[in-house]
Design a binder for this molecule. Structure first.
Ligand SMILES: [Zn+2]
Length: 405
């Protein structure tokens, strides 16, 4: 199978038209060939030929249902895509998440594996990530699916070559993750990519979340670090070198603690999960860095439900800082929604009241410029879902797969 961007294909009018038809059906299914022709301006013979090609590639299928309009019955078309899938991995300080999704949007697998991200050397980390990726690819290959791509999300600055320039919570600097993984996987016939986790989470929300298609959307990762994936006018904001959205290192507390970046009072130093645990369960940090955050968050939820005053006060303070961070985003990019991901999603009932008040107070536009704070339904694996979606998005963009024979 040939994969990856092929510039000649993008220049090809037919490939462009195939993508136009595919996107139309994604948005309007079930629909007929005549609907496609009427809405895209392509003539009926061309649409029939494009649809035949897409059915051949099993990207579309006929439903068997027909709709009687004026005159002849029309056969209705829907998306297929079930033979194709992509794998997404998310690297965290304490665990790896893997998901696989087919082009029809079905989740094929969801794994969580413990991972010593904060203490492993990059070499060991690459071996561990490659191990999980290999198993996930083998699993979906065994189910007869063709793999369109593997993308790995990392909490840090990732450049265009897939090099992790800086990932503070993993202790990584200049790790050639994309090259390292490609080698470890034996130069596979599907593309391997590496991307910032917040960007991927925003892409997941934009494609699959309840606010899918919202043109101005931000996803905030809530983990050890806090990053913003920013969609503006329907496009992911990439900036000059691919490093926007580092809201976690904007100073929000004048007298705040030292951050992992060496500065003081950064948003993640006062609202990241380590700050929360330091404040409500200092004993948990007595034995060194946390190796599994999930049980700690479970405990905070339990104590918040029991209305322990110290826990409620800590959550209210984090909510205030979070609202401050959201207001910075609202003042700069005026999003319609800021989606709270990661552990923020589980703690949202206690964070939201103060966060919403702070957002309103600090945003210059009336009513926070229409910005709403909402809770991610993808939460824990948004970045992994977005990582899988990245390869699937390339199909919508015109890089159409053909079934291997
Ligand atoms: Zn910082």
């Amino acid at each position: 199978m040939q994969t990856g961007p092929r510039p000649a294909d993008f220049a090809d009018v037919r490939a462009t038209n195939l993508a136009v038809v595919l996107r139309y059906v994604r948005a309007n299914a079930p629909c007929s060939r005549a609907d496609i022709a009427a809405s895209t301006g392509l003539n009926k013979a061309t649409v029939s030929s494009l649809v035949a090609d897409l059915i051949d590639r099993r990207l579309l299928r006929e439903t068997g249902l027909t709709e009687h309009r004026i005159g002849r019955p029309a056969t209705m078309l829907v998306l297929d895509g079930s033979p194709y899938a992509a794998v997404g991995l998310e690297v965290n300080a304490d665990h790896l998440t893997a998901v696989a999704i087919d082009l029809a949007g079905n989740r094929l697998l969801s794994w969580r594996r413990s991972f010593a991200g904060a203490t492993a050397t990059p070499r060991k980390a690459i071996a561990a990530i490659a191990g999980v990726a290999r198993k996930a690819v083998a699993r979906i290959g065994g189910e007869g699916k063709q793999v369109l791509g593997l993308t790995v999300g990392v909490p840090g600055l990732v450049d265009a070559k897939g090099t992790v320039r800086l990932a503070l919570n993993l202790g990584w600097r200049d790790v050639d993750l994309q090259d390292g993984l490609t080698q470890a996987l034996g130069a596979p016939d599907y593309p391997v990519a590496v991307e910032n986790d917040a960007n991927l989470a925003a892409m997941a929300e934009y494609r699959y979340g309840p606010y899918a298609g919202t043109p101005n959307l931000v996803h905030l990762t809530g983990d050890l670090g806090i990053g913003a994936g920013i969609v503006v006018d329907g496009r992911l904001l990439r900036g000059g070198q691919g490093f926007p959205g580092e809201i976690g290192h904007v100073r929000v507390a004048e007298t705040g603690p030292e951050c992992t970046c060496g500065r003081r009072g950064c948003l993640e130093s006062v609202a990241g999960i380590a700050a929360l645990i330091r404040s409500v369960a200092p004993d948990a940090l007595a034995d060194g860095p946390l190796t599994d955050l999930e049980p700690e968050v479970d405990e905070v939820v339990r104590r918040a439900r029991a209305e322990e005053p110290a826990v409620l006060a800590a959550l209210a303070e984090i909510g205030t800082h979070l609202g401050h961070g959201a207001a910075i985003l609202a003042n700069l990019v005026n999003p319609e929604v800021v989606v709270l991901g990661g552990y923020f999603a589980r703690l949202a009932p206690w964070l939201l009241p103060r966060a919403e008040a702070e957002l309103l107070y600090r945003t210059i536009a009336p009513d926070s410029g229409g910005c709403r704070l909402v809770v991610s339904e993808l939460a824990g694996d948004a970045a992994a879902v977005g990582a899988a979606a990245r390869a699937l998005d390339s199909v919508d963009a015109g890089d159409l797969p053909r079934l291997a024979v």
